[in-house]
Ligand binder design. Structure first.
Ligand SMILES: NC(=O)C1=CN([C@@H]2O[C@H](COP(=O)(O)OP(=O)(O)OC[C@H]3O[C@@H](n4cnc5c(N)ncnc54)[C@H](OP(=O)(O)O)[C@@H]3O)[C@@H](O)[C@H]2O)C=CC1
Ligand SMILES: CC(C)=CCC[C@@H](C)[C@H]1CC=C2C3=C(CC[C@@]21C)[C@@]1(C)CC[C@H](O)C(C)(C)[C@@H]1CC3
Length: 447
């Protein structure tokens, strides 16, 4: 795959050895290795389809257990849902949306930010125009709706199963494309994605920063199809509720407001993505492709979809408590993430210059006071509290709208372990010293 990496293609045995040193074989498997990878590429897409097919006006399963799955497979085998899955209009709309995002990414102006330093000593540049792409998408949408009213937005609700299927197939295809591209000479591979096992590397991501020319596929995917797609789908569900009821319930308003805030925040702080594990450490493979082309837009919109089928009004007391929970979660999440980002980009910044820190033998500084002195991933706690506040407006009629908070708890617990492993390998004794100072993993005083 054409890319702007600094690694030269091998021209002799010695340079081949140098490339091998730069891209060492992966010896440690995550996610239970190839078996886990098989589970990931099969079970999670089936789960997306399960949530798409089994949750609709005719009811939401009360649990997510085996009995529900039996009904699901029976329905699939009966053939009706199979027809809904292969939906040419849904394919067209989905692909047009992703293409629009790609055009906006390439065409809109934006500052160029350097990423963190790569293993080969290089630094890639990233164009920050996600926030303008978000607005451009909404303006284009409004322009098309000005003569038609909200009716075209019902497409999303009516073609949900087709859209879910398309998003899954798209993820398989893009992951295959980057997997094959990772064999181009000079590609910088992810340290965790070069095991030699095809399925595992395909799932975890083999190449660190796949690019076509200047088009960075991972960075593009991280915020645009997933986050902007999530916003568009949410708005379509709000429109559906409005057209059904003639008004929007206060529970729907909360879900829309909280999630819009989260999406806008991530696009406004787009440069913060450059220091996340996804960009600095993980390769781009099926996990991230599926996560952002399918899982985020299809599953993070579950609350809004649930409220279309099960509208409910909250008391002012419930409303107020949920808003407080969201504000607390957001405050922790944003202040912690921004503190680390400011400190890492300029430790002399007046906001962070008084923080205590530990200097590692690698030269990197680890903050040991303020947010990052309370626990090693206090940002995860804030993020999870927010996730809970998105589910609570749906009440307690079904476990389905809580899917996000439940899955997210597992994701964050597992992600913390992955990050701990990465930092232990990278910093060795310094990381142990840091863990003695900052004892808790996520929840101060508890875990
Ligand atoms: N909504 C969603 O679905 C998801 C949201 N998220 C959110 O994304 C955000 C980013 O998460 P993630 O990338 O996992 O992790 P972090 O932003 O916490 O970054 C971890 C990295 O930060 C550096 N670091 C660790 N401790 C310190 C310290 N004390 N001082 C300075 N730097 C430190 C290390 O990198 P280095 O090698 O540079 O030292 C470490 O690998 C989180 O808020 C998380 O909640 C994450 C996953 C899913
Ligand atoms: C089970 C499964 C499909 C796993 C894939 C995980 C992905 C869905 C998540 C891994 C890390 C993510 C991040 C965000 C979205 C979800 C994924 C891709 C994120 C873009 C959400 C918005 C935040 O502000 C963020 C930018 C910090 C965040 C980065 C990590």
């Amino acid at each position: 795959m054409a890319s702007s990496k600094k690694t030269a293609p091998p021209s002799s045995a010695s340079s081949a050895k140098a490339v091998e040193e730069l891209n060492p074989k992966t010896t440690h498997y995550e996610f239970l290795g190839p078996v886990g990878a098989f589970g990931f590429v099969t079970a999670l897409p089936l789960l997306v389809l399960f949530l798409a097919i089994c949750c609709n006006q005719s009811g939401y399963p009360s649990t997510l257990l085996l009995d529900d799955y039996k009904t699901y497979f029976e329905r699939l085998l009966s053939g009706d849902d199979l027809k809904a899955m292969f939906d040419p209009m849904a394919i067209l709309v989905y692909v047009a949306f992703v293409a629009l995002q790609a055009v906006l990414y390439v065409g809109l102006p934006g500052d160029l930010y350097p990423g963190t330093e790569l293993r080969n000593g290089g630094r890639l540049k990233y164009r920050m125009n996600g926030f303008s792409a978000y607005h451009a998408t909404l303006f284009i949408g409004l322009y098309f709706l000005k003569d038609t009213g909200l009716k075209p937005l019902l497409f999303v609700y009516d073609h949900w199963v087709g859209l879910a299927t398309t998003s899954i197939l798209f993820s398989y295809a893009i992951a295959l494309f980057v997997y094959l591209g990772s064999f181009a000479p000079g590609a910088l591979l992810a340290l965790g994605g070069n095991s030699g096992n095809i399925l595992y590397d395909y799932m975890i991501g083999r190449e660190l920063n796949p690019r076509v020319g200047d088009f960075d596929i991972k960075f593009f995917t991280e915020l645009r199809p997933g986050m902007i797609g999530w916003q568009v789908l949410n708005l379509c569900f709000a429109a559906k509720q409005y057209l059904d009821l003639g008004y929007i319930t206060n529970s729907m308003i909360l879900v829309q407001a909280f999630q819009t805030w989260y999406i806008v925040d991530s696009l406004w702080n787009e440069e913060c993505v450059l220091t996340t594990m996804d960009i600095t450490t993980d390769g781009f493979g099926f996990m991230l492709a599926f996560g952002l082309y399918s899982w985020v837009p299809m599953n993070y919109t579950l609350q809004a979809r649930y409220l279309v089928d099960n509208p409910r009004d909250l008391s002012w007391m419930e409303f107020g408590l949920i808003v407080c929970l969201n504000i607390i979660g957001y405050y922790i999440f944003r202040s912690a993430n921004s503190q680390k980002n400011e400190f890492r980009s300029n430790p002399n910044n007046p906001n962070v210059k008084d923080l205590k820190y530990l200097t590692t033998s690698k030269g990197t500084k680890l903050i040991t006071s303020s947010w990052w002195g309370m626990s090693r991933h206090i940002n995860y706690l804030g993020d999870w509290l927010m996730s809970l506040s998105w589910c609570l407006p749906c009440g307690f009629g079904s476990v389905v709208p809580y899917f996000y908070a439940i899955y997210f708890a597992f994701l964050l617990l597992h992600r913390e372990r992955r990050d701990d492993h990465k930092c232990r390998t990278k910093y060795g004794k310094d990381w142990e010293k840091y863990c003695e100072i900052v004892k808790y993993r996520i929840i101060p005083g508890i875990y």
